[in-house]
Each structure stands twice: as C-alpha cells, then as structure tokens.
Design a protein around this ligand. Structure first.
Ligand SMILES: *Cc1c(COP(=O)(O)O)cnc(C)c1O
Length: 385
C-alpha cells in the first residue's frame, strides 16, 4: 500500500525552470527583480495599495504590528484557535495578546467574543482565516471601526479562499500570507504583507531590510551614495529564488485549489453520515482554501489511537491546530472553552492537491473503521443516563 501523506507541496518543473532563471540572472538575494515582480503580481491579484514579500508569515505579522505602531503595554485581541503566530507577533513588540474564543461551527474568531474583550488598552484585532476558512469580516470590520481599532487578517492558510466574493488576503486593511511548505502556495518558506495603505507597506518593506532599502536598487545608482541606517530593522527579506518559485505558484492557485476542493467534496460525501465525527462547516457567504481538512471527533473517540491506526495503514494525520491560550508560553488565566474543546477533538486528515480520489476513499474507509475501533461504547459514556 502506498503511503498517503498528510501534506504534500506541489512543486515541479515550472518552479525549477524559474529558479534556473534566477541563478542565471546573478541576483539570488532579496528585493531584486523577481521580488519586485512578485510584489507587483500580489498587488494586481489582491487589488491592494502595497505588497511586501518577506521570509515568512511570522515576519509579516511582526512588521504589520511595527507599522501599526503597537507599543509595549498595548493589548491586541487575537483569534485563539490557530497556529499561534499572531500571539507570538504581539509579544515580539512587547504588547499583550488577549485571546478571543471562536465560533464552534467554523473555528474562526467569534465577533461577540472580540466585542466583550475590547478595553481601554486595546489597540487592534488579529483575525485568522482558520486553516483556510475566512472569518466574519463584516462584523469584525464594523466592530473595529466603531472602536477605532486596527484589523489585521492572518490569511496564512487562505490563499484562494473568498468571503462575500472578495479574496482572502484583501478582507482587512492589513493582511499576512504564508508560503510555508504546508500552505496552498509555497516557496518552502515565504510570506507576504498586503496593505491597503501603500505607506504602511513601504514602512514594512524598509524594516524588512535592516531599514536600508533594496541593495539591488542602490547598486543601479551611478556614483557612490552611502545610505544611512536610521532605525533598527530586521532581515525579513524573501530571496529572489523563492520569489521566482512563488510567481509560478500564484499562477497555479486556481488549478491547485480546484483539486483540493474536489478532495474536500469527496470527503464530505464519504463521511457525511459518520456519527463519530463532524465535518468542517463552510458558511454560504465564503469559500475555503482547504489548507487542512480538519474533522472534529466525537468526545468518546480516542484520537491518538485513531491516528495510530491510520499510521499503521500508511495514512498521515495530525491534530488540527492549537488553542493558543493553553500554550505554556502565554501564561494566561483567560479561558476560551470552544477553542479548547476543538483543540482536544480535532483531527487533520490528508489534504493536498495531488491526492487521488481513490486515496481519498482509502482514507475515509480507514478513518471510519478506526473510529469504530476506538470509540468508547455508548454505555460507558461519561454521565450517560
Ligand atoms: C502557518 C501559519 C503562520 C506562520 O506562517 P510562517 O510562514 O510559517 O511564519 C501564521 N499564521 C497562521 C494562521 C498559520 O497557519
């Protein structure tokens, strides 16, 4: 039986050819011709005021908070149920993450939870498009505008998703994308910051290069101008090698997403009547990028045993994502019961653009029997009458 991995990056000959061009160009570092071309592609695709190609989404979030002038002592409300990069970024700038619980049906940040957490020190909100499903931006936009807060969209997993007909990545004034190897479009590692305000993007771009700007550009100037360092920046540049790969990947988003959508639809058919799990819910006003296909197991199921049983058949799986507030580093007394419950019961099953439909069937069959074999019988369910 051939193994069925949880994830697989769709990188091929076209990406290799793009890399070969960069090698021949003599400029493999960042903020060169390919990086600029990628940024132009991102501006065109998302219709934003500016795009900055960076080394990863964590860097994009950090630069976003710097450009938004978040200060030590400020509070930023973050979606709890996610890869915890938003809360990390808040801590990078010495501010305090405040964890907002999520909707039980979608796992996305609950606008009511955000409303309840706004206080005198709140400066903004980071919403997350949870494993590729956009959050409730109509409500979040109204709420943040009413309170004068910034809104950042962490669209790390959501390239290709939509909300009310608009692209994820363009649903808030500032958005961050990831091009990590486990996301829908990838250069191995990579990210981008998208902003409505071109000045905000320019601020982020400058700080992504030690505050000195594009060395490639400076090399074009005749004479010997010596730029000065006027602030502490970082090296968060994306290499032109990665930028070239991403230009190809972005041109393939529709094709790759169509295959993920077909996989998700087949899982939904095959597992619709399975009582021991809940399928992902996609509200009518949005579409999913399917970075992960995450099911929620019944509380009677031994999740680790299911993962072990799948592994024995060569099928990859994983816990879906994290409840951030439960991570020891954040030492919070807050509780987010919905997020904690999802974190305890979620299971990610294979999802990538190269899964064949017969493999999807194999996964569904194996999952069903693993659930049967690893659920406590009804009689022993805690509290059963
Ligand atoms: C993957 C992910 C990140 C981190 O992306 P990197 O490019 O690896 O830094 C941030 N936020 C969310 C929601 C993610 O899923």
């Amino acid at each position: 039986m051939t193994p069925i991995p949880l994830v697989h990056a769709s990188l091929g000959e076209r990406e290799l050819a793009a890399v070969a061009q960069v090698f021949a160009s003599g400029w493999p570092a960042g903020q060169g011709p390919r990086g600029k071309a990628l940024e132009a592609d991102l501006v065109a695709r998302y219709g934003v005021g500016g795009a900055v190609a960076v080394s990863n989404c964590g860097a994009a979030l950090h630069l976003a908070l710097l450009a938004l002038r978040v200060q030590p002592g400020d509070e930023v409300i973050v979606a709890d149920y996610t890869f915890p990069a938003p809360a990390h970024a808040v801590r990078y700038v010495g501010a305090q993450p405040v964890f907002a619980d999520v909707r039980a049906d979608t796992g996305t940040i609950d606008p009511q939870a955000v409303a309840d957490l706004v206080g005198p020190r709140t400066v903004g909100v980071i919403a997350v498009d949870t494993v590729g499903l956009p959050a409730d931006y109509a409500e979040l936009t109204a709420l943040t505008e009413r309170h004068g807060l910034f809104l950042v969209e962490d669209a790390a997993c959501a390239v290709g998703a939509t909300y009310r007909g608009r692209e994820a990545g363009a649903l808030a004034p500032v958005a961050c994308l990831s091009f990590h190897g486990r996301k829908g479009a990838t250069s191995g590692e990579g990210g981008a910051l998208l902003a409505t305000d071109p000045l905000l993007a320019a601020d982020a771009r400058l700080r992504s290069s030690f505050g000195i700007g594009s060395i490639f550009d400076q090399a074009q100037i005749v004479g010997l101008p010596i730029p000065e360092f006027t602030e502490i920046g970082y090296n968060y540049k994306l290499s032109d090698i990665a930028a070239a790969i991403l230009q190809v990947q972005l041109s393939r988003v529709d094709e790759l997403l169509a295959r993920r959508v077909a996989v998700a639809a087949r899982y939904a058919e095959l597992l619709a009547d399975e009582p021991l799990l809940t399928l992902p819910h996609v509200p009518d006003d949005r579409t999913h990028a399917w970075q992960t296909f995450m099911v929620t197991l019944d509380s009677t199921v031994d999740r680790a045993a299911v993962a072990t049983a799948l592994r024995a058949q060569g099928i990859g799986s994983g816990h879906g994502t994290w409840a951030t507030h439960l991570q020891p580093v954040f030492e919070t007394k807050q509780s987010c019961p919905v997020s904690a419950d999802l974190f305890a019961r979620n299971l990610a099953i294979p999802m990538h653009a190269e899964l064949e439909l017969d493999q999807v069937e194999r996964v569904a069959t194996a999952l069903r029997s693993a659930l049967r074999a690893n659920a406590r019988p009804l009689a022993s369910r805690g509290g059963a009458a």
